[in-house]
Design a binder for this molecule. Structure first.
Ligand code: NZQ
Ligand code: ZN
Length: 383
């Protein structure tokens, strides 16, 4: 097992009716900016619950944070937050609203010239406004981690930022808030969480038995409970299990002490940046093909995954092939295509993505052997 430090300060309030606890989590004297997306919170009663819980607080609202939140929109929230002198942010929505709010929290007190520099961690931040969240879409893990992924329309970029200063102080996870999710977003959430686990697990063994077993537990939970949530979106227990699994998938615990391979996300972000494809769908168009190209270096873990997660048997070669097929089948079972040709991705996109990675001079993968050329091979296989 590799050395690690692990610290996660996010308080989780999980379960029915937990939004009512909001006022106890936010200082009484705080002026709170509530941030939200395109309006789902007005249709499912979440907005009402939040407003009722915070009736004694001073409130400012900023809506309209889009899926794949943009710098352009978020800077409007930064201007409002500065003008109103808000001192606490409350994100109410999915990963995009949470991520956007993390950026706003860092950007409001930022004194540098160009707040876009915060994204990609090119400018150092030394402070951020405190934030909390009410999560309505199980998927990203943003509710319990310190990452945010922000897009810029002007330059068609999508980049991450990560800093412990933007950990939420608390996140409220009430599975009932997910009952209004359309099937496409439920599927996306399950696929995203599944991929997060795979990227922290599907590398090479380092005898990290706890981490492996925990990763397998999250995968098995998503495989068992995901289809139940898809079939009955108001099945509380299915939603609760998927919600907690998605949080566990990316709160740092699975990555502690093990090698990771975030290449699928890196490639996926470029596909969203260029074509606006849903985040989770880009991952499905990449991971099975990445596994095929990297099946020799990931062989031992593919065999372990085939046996323990998919209960396959056979020769080692059969297990490797079966593991990759089962992964693709799982995305497809959620209604998510695994071939790039199902999306607006063609040869030109492949060339552009390879060019972007070449310019950045970065390799990915647990052995840093996913070079820009290998990225091209993975995408070619997906076409
Ligand atoms: O905007 P509203 O009206 O709220 O509608 C949203 C949006 O259209 C809707 N929705 C959310 N909760 C709902 C609901 N509709 C009905 N009922 C509800 N309860 O769902 C749509 C998608 O929302 P979004 O927040 O974009 O989805 P998701 O949670 O999948 O977030 C995706 C974003 O997170 C980033 C992705 O790159 C993408 O930008 N990620 C963040 C990560 C992190 N912070 O650690 C890691 C991930 O890998 C990912 O990159
Ligand atoms: Zn993701």
């Amino acid at each position: 097992m590799n050395n690690f430090q692990y610290h996660n300060p996010v308080r989780i309030l999980f379960g029915k009716g937990q939004i009512a606890q909001l006022s106890k989590q936010i200082p009484a004297e705080a002026k709170v900016m509530i941030t939200y997306g395109g309006g789902s919170i007005f249709k499912n009663g979440v907005y009402e619950q939040v407003k009722t819980a915070l009736k004694a607080h001073q409130i400012v609202e900023f809506g309209g944070i889009e899926a794949n939140p943009t710098y352009e929109t978020l800077m409007q929230a930064v201007a409002l937050g500065r003008a109103e002198h808000v001192d606490f942010l409350l994100a109410v929505g999915g990963g995009s609203v949470l991520d956007g709010t993390k950026f706003i929290a860092a950007a409001i007190p930022f004194t540098g010239e160009d707040a876009w520099q915060i994204v990609g961690n090119r400018a150092k931040i030394t402070t951020a406004l405190p934030l909390g969240s009410v999560l309505t879409l199980p998927a990203t893990g943003s509710e319990m981690n310190y990452y945010a992924v922000i897009s810029r329309k002007e330059t068609q970029e999508k980049k991450g930022l990560g800093n412990p200063l933007v950990y939420p102080k608390f996140s409220i996870l009430d599975p009932e808030t997910t009952f209004s999710l359309p099937p496409r977003q439920i599927a996306n959430g399950i696929a995203d969480a599944f991929t997060h686990v795979m990227e922290q697990y599907m590398t090479y063994p380092v005898r990290a038995e706890m981490q492996d077993r925990m990763a397998e537990a999250v995968l098995l939970t998503l495989i068992d409970e995901g289809p139940k949530m898809m079939a009955s979106p108001t099945d509380y227990d299915a939603a609760a299990n998927v919600m907690w699994a998605a949080t566990m998938a990316l709160n740092g615990l699975l990555a502690a002490g093990v090698p990771t391979d975030w290449a699928t996300h890196q490639i996926g972000h470029e596909l969203t940046a260029l074509h606006g494809i849903d985040h989770a769908r880009t991952l499905a168009a990449v991971l099975p093909h990445l596994l095929e190209i990297k099946k020799d270096t990931k062989r031992e873990k593919l065999i372990q995954y085939a046996k323990r997660v998919w209960q396959l048997s056979g020769t080692d070669d059969e297990l490797v092939a079966g593991a990759i097929q089962k992964t693709a089948d799982f995305y497809e079972s959620l209604g998510i295509p695994t071939k790039a040709s199902a999306y607006p991705i063609g040869e030109e996109t492949v060339r552009e993505v390879v060019k972007r990675f070449t310019e950045r001079g970065m390799n990915f993968g647990e052995r840093a052997d996913i070079t820009p050329e290998v990225v091209g091979e993975i995408l070619e296989l997906s076409l």
